[in-house]
Design a protein around this ligand. Sequence first.
Ligand SMILES: *Cc1c(COP(=O)(O)O)cnc(C)c1O
Length: 482
Amino acid sequence: MYDKLIFEISSDGKTGFSLPELDVPVCDIKKIVPQNLLQEDEIKLPEVSEPEIVRHFVNLSKKNYSVDGGFYPLGSCTMKYNPKINDEVASYSGFSNLHPYAPEELSQGALRMMYELERMLCEIGGLARVTLQPAAGAHGELCGTMIIMAHFHSRGEKRDEIIIPDSAHGTNPSSAALVGMKVKTVMSNSKGEVNLEDLARLVSEKTTALMLTNPNTLGIFESQILKISDIIHKKGGLLYLDGANLNALLGITRPGDMGFDLVHFNLHKSFSTPHGCGGPGAGPLGVKEFLKEYLPVPTVEKKGESYYFDWDRKKSIGKIHGFYGNFAVLARAYAYIKTLGAKGLREVSETAILNANYLKKKLDGYYDVPFDKFCMHEFVVSGKRQKAKGVRTLDIAKRIMDYGFHPPTIYFPLIVDEALMIEPTETESVETLEQFANVLISIAEEVEKSPQIVKDAPLSLDITRLDEVTAARKPDVRYRKQ
Ligand SMILES: *Cc1c(COP(=O)(O)O)cnc(C)c1O
């Protein structure tokens, strides 16, 4: 049995919506649309009633695991609960019905929201200006590397290398490669931090920047950050923060104060927008004073009591997104920051760090903890011990699903063998953390006593193990376990 496709529910003549009676003269479409643009065969669209279509999509939506449905400890992704009030603010008609071509004098509220959000992000990041345009973290990185290139170009410096740690997210080297930078990989040391000797060896007059994540993808704060900043800046290079892990720093410390010249914010991670499945995000990019002239156009400015767009910026890298970015995500972040305030934001990070350390401690002794140090908002354990019993981290992740939780991120960062990367976030209760820890402990015990169960998992879901390559290339959405 499988759920029927919408086309299989369809039967001729059913409708879910009917148009009002035509009250204008009928005209022949062939007279107004050129022949070569006309469809010859009838388009096969499903014909269903309103309750049928509602049930079809509601039932499909229930197949998806979501933050609103359960714990989602996907490391690096900050799958926190997103307060519904932020959605409500984003859907205020003054925001959601505003046309992007509406004149400035009729868009003052939206402009003010953008202006104030920029100021708040500057304050959080320790930066001079922020562009709200980038659509995601990776897009912020691209915008940042474009600005870095523009900066060196205007100084007549021919630099084309960027240094990125071996623990970095894959988007970092990709963004750099897109602007023609050559990527040099700096190694991590035994503490899981940047190896300073290796960094000093790599940095040169060709270095544009070091792109760093802090806390890094192991969930470890780069304790030598001020030294790192020195090493890069002494050679005339810049320091870029991949701000995906900002959920560990809010109100505690500021990237700008650590020496970062450019920082992107993943609003959909730290500042509360539901994400995953490719939904819209926002990756505002902030810069220090000396880089602000390169920011994309338009910027939002204030004169007296009015707000306006400034398009007249000679050194700008131009436009990097249609209109002003993913506006609804900006509105959610604005509502979220305003609701929590400075004190609340600090509590977010403190609780995120506390939750991660609590869970880490619970799992210690059952799984290998490669960097056994105080962690920030997330941590990485290794399934090495389980691998020795013939059970892989992939098997453990599949088995977690049998217990009703979303698995953590696996096999990332690449420098940890059989990695499980766990980020509980601040919105989880101690009871949930206990339940999840107990699940991982039970699985560790299963690996000892009956490893085959783990290797065959999931056993309780609609589908079992997929051939993942075939599933990605030739998806068969109808497949169900017999
Ligand atoms: C999520 C993430 C990115 C990419 O951000 P997107 O918003 O998904 O484009 C980059 N680096 C790290 C460390 C991340 O966790």
